[in-house]
Ligand binder design. Structure first.
Ligand SMILES: [Zn+2]
Length: 54
């Protein structure tokens, strides 16, 4: 009685602030979902830091 679907692969949290995404306002970029542009930039900067850039 378990609902085993591909839901696990679905991204439900923002990669910028790690908060649950609201379906009314989602910022889609590079195949990922964020709250808005700010979170996208944040995630981008976070992933970039430690790799080349200081
Ligand atoms: Zn966010």
């Amino acid at each position: 009685m378990t609902a085993e679907t591909a839901a696990e692969e679905k991204q439900t949290n923002c990669l910028g602030c790690n908060k649950p995404l609201k379906k009314i306002k989602i910022y889609y970029r590079d195949g990922k979902y964020y709250c808005d542009k700010k979170c996208w930039k944040k995630a981008k900067t976070a992933s970039a830091s430690g790799e080349g850039k200081k």
